[in-house]
Design a protein around this ligand. Structure first.
Ligand code: GTP
Ligand code: MG
Length: 226
């Protein structure tokens, strides 16, 4: 699917604004990273990626949803033209990072979906925020949505595999494969939790000089792991 010529020109102008909004969110993530690395005990952000949807994918998505392929529809209907994905170490970090972005007073949370606490039936886990980001231009200000997906490395591993499989089957995945993926997603969530507990236990053992706390069995009991 393609934009008609006049619409394409208008879309290109809009994409400049989306790029500004995307850069704005990237700067905020970079600032959090600088704070974590320089002033905090631990950095929960493993890495982040970003992308601006190209005109073909924007046209395809509008067409798929039954809308006319116009720049105005892209601006009014789609909220994921600009996207940032933040990959964290543990699921608790996902919520912390989400809170840090949500409390930034100059951005507005347009919508919020917690697929970590309530995974999708596919098994998909991630925390989604649509943030309205203000952009100050020479003669006016605009507000553009940026989709932020926050997830752990394990959730990201699962989501990229599931995305590839779905793409190969053109969205009609055999049932045994989708069931297997749901099972993998559950196992991954369990691993995320177990690895978090290991890290907590090790941190506590270092923190406390008390030899009882250094005893691994006592620590396990304290954390009620088993
Ligand atoms: P679209 O799926 O983009 O039409 O948006 P939506 O309104 O359904 O929003 P949602 O928050 O459900 O999903 C937005 C994005 O999250 C998608 O574009 C994907 O990047 C990702 N996502 C959502 N569900 C899944 C899933 O089941 N598997 C994978 N791999 N990614 C998903
Ligand atoms: Mg969807």
């Amino acid at each position: 699917m393609l934009f008609p010529q006049g619409e394409f020109i208008k879309l290109k102008e809009y994409l400049v604004l989306y790029e500004c909004a995307l850069e704005n969110i990237i700067t905020r993530v970079e600032i959090l990273l600088k704070d974590f690395v320089n002033f905090q005990a631990y950095n929960p952000i493993e890495h982040y990626k970003f992308r601006l949807k190209n005109s073909e994918s924007i046209a395809d998505k509008l067409h798929r949803q039954g809308h006319d392929i116009t720049a105005e529809n892209a601006r009014n209907i789609l909220t994921d033209i600009a996207g940032v994905r933040i990959i964290c170490s543990y699921s608790r970090d996902v919520f912390h990072i989400a809170e840090m972005l949500k409390r930034q007073t100059d951005i507005k949370v347009r919508s919020e979906k917690d697929y970590v606490t309530k995974p999708k039936p596919s098994g998909y886990r991630s925390y989604h925020l649509i943030l309205d980001v203000p952009i100050f231009l020479t003669d006016k200000s605009e507000s553009l949505p940026v989709e932020v997906q926050i997830r752990t490395q394990a959730m990201d591993f699962w989501a990229s595999l599931e995305h590839k499989v779905k793409y190969k089957y053109e969205r009609r995945m055999p049932e045994h494969i989708s069931l297997d993926l749901v099972d993998c997603a559950e196992k991954i969530a369990e691993l995320d939790e177990r690895m978090y507990l290991i890290q907590e236990i090790v941190d506590m053992a270092y923190l406390h000089k008390d030899p009882v706390i250094k005893d691994p069995i006592a620590i396990e009991r304290a954390f009620d792991v088993r």
